[in-house]
Design a protein. Structure first.
Lengths: 215, 231
């Protein structure tokens, strides 16, 4: 009888010891585990990030290398917003910084140009976030950014909407200049997804009627 | 008798493997990898053997990835490079539209000797627990060798071995958990494969689109589906 009690107690001890584990198990479902973003880091790095929970590793460790699993709960749980929106928005800051850097490298710094930015994305709310993020980043870099978005006539938009992306953006760029919407000292940067199956932003630049794809 | 017990338990299926997606694998994707996403694309898949992935395993991995992209309409070549056939690798590298290099490495392996002993002494009522973390490094290049996309996908597998844990898990799967939440059988393998395939497909599609944009759609198919909102 004592042996059986011992075995049961030991099993419970093991189960309790595993409750802090972020993987799915008896007390945690698979969906809950997927809402954590975890990565393996060294014990020293774990101590630097979480000094209270993780003790400092010995300076001259001779035993097996110990590492830690560092987990953070995702801001948005899986399925809370559309997958493509999540893909675009979760890396928006980094992507916008890369695209703006690529755009700046394509145009001369003198004379100072006025930048116009717009985003083309199926969801208008996400498009607005992308455009605002790009404008804000440009302003932080000291560029002159306009709030005005160059607009075309309704007939132009109707025609452009039927063209594939590789034709519509260059054509729109030419129309901007033809209609006098963009002057020589103005440059337009468009951010977009080209295909509905991707969650990665592309960008192009319109200057003096010439459209240049950036990435 | 006690030494034979693990074998008896193993024969009863006393092992429960739990899969946990770490870096990259649980990111959302939009691509449906059962569609013709890569029609007409020539893709070379190179699986590089490493310490933890021998040549045969690399060939199996390459074959599975090849099937993944073939099912999506791509013309796929596979290559498991070795010291002797580097020339072939270089020759093949010039032909494809995209080259996918994959490497698998063991990031971490943990097990407890004490727990193993306790497991044997308690007739596996106390489960033996071992865990392994693997990283799958992926680099996708275009025809000129320019790196279009890179990713590291990490997966963690926790293996519980014991009659008690196997029985309790079986009961929970049977009585409590929904189909999506079940942990027994080969669910870990299926979940990992699904995550890996959808991430590889999405990453390769991103690389393909990036290549097209950077070449100003010079090699794009005529009927590329347009995005819904354009100027």
């Amino acid at each position: 009888m004592e042996t059986l009690v011992f075995l049961v107690v030991m099993s419970f001890v093991i189960v309790l010891e595993r409750t802090s584990d972020p993987s799915a198990g008896v007390l945690r479902g698979k969906q809950e585990a997927r809402n954590l973003e975890c990565q393996r880091i060294s014990a020293a790095e774990a101590h630097a990030r979480h000094p209270v929970q993780v003790p400092e590793p010995p300076a001259r460790a001779t035993g097996a290398q110990v590492d830690a699993l560092d987990c953070q709960r995702l801001y948005m749980r899986e399925g809370e917003r559309p997958a493509r929106d999540e893909m675009v928005l979760s890396s928006l800051r980094r992507d916008v910084a890369e695209l703006v850097a690529a755009a700046r490298a394509k145009v001369p710094h003198e004379p100072p140009l006025v930048w116009h930015v717009d985003a083309f994305y199926p969801d208008q709310a996400v498009a607005a976030k992308v455009a605002v993020a790009a404008r804000t980043h440009m302003a932080e870099l000291g560029l002159t950014v306009s709030d005005r978005v160059p607009l075309l006539a309704a007939g132009d938009i109707a025609v452009l909407g039927r063209l594939p992306a590789q034709q519509s953006y260059p054509t729109a760029c030419a129309r901007y200049v033809d209609q006098g919407v963009l002057g020589d000292d103005h440059v337009f940067m468009g951010l977009m997804i080209v295909d509905g199956r991707e969650g990665q932003l592309h960008a192009g630049l319109c200057r003096r009627g010439q459209w240049t794809w950036l990435r | 008798m006690m030494a034979l017990l693990p074998l008896v338990v193993a024969s009863l299926g006393g092992c429960v493997t739990v899969y946990q997606p770490l870096v990259g694998l649980q990111r959302p994707t939009v691509i449906d990898f059962q569609q013709d996403n890569f029609a007409g694309q020539k893709i070379l898949v190179r699986c590089l053997p490493q310490d933890n992935l021998n040549r045969n395993q690399a060939q199996v991995l390459c074959r599975k990835i090849s099937t993944l992209f073939s099912n999506q309409g791509a013309d796929v070549q596979t290559l498991v490079p070795s010291e002797r056939d580097t020339g072939d690798a270089e020759a093949a590298e010039r032909l494809p539209d995209l080259t996918i290099d994959t490497k698998v490495r063991l990031v971490s392996e943990q097990s407890s000797l004490l727990l193993g002993i306790a497991s044997v002494w308690t007739f596996t009522l106390v489960p033996n627990v071992g865990e392994y973390t693997f990283a799958h490094d992926v680099i996708i290049r275009d025809r000129e060798g320019f790196a279009l996309a890179t990713a590291t996908l990490q997966a963690r597998f926790i293996r519980y071995f014991g009659l008690g844990v196997w029985g309790v898990n079986g009961l929970l799967d049977w009585l409590v958990r929904s189909d999506d939440e079940k942990l027994g059988g080969n669910v870990a393998q299926q979940d990992f494969s699904r995550d890996l395939y959808r991430q590889l497909s999405q990453l390769t599609f991103t690389a393909m689109m990036r290549s097209r944009v950077m070449h100003s759609f010079a090699d794009a198919p005529a009927a590329a589906p347009p995005a819904k909102e354009q100027p």
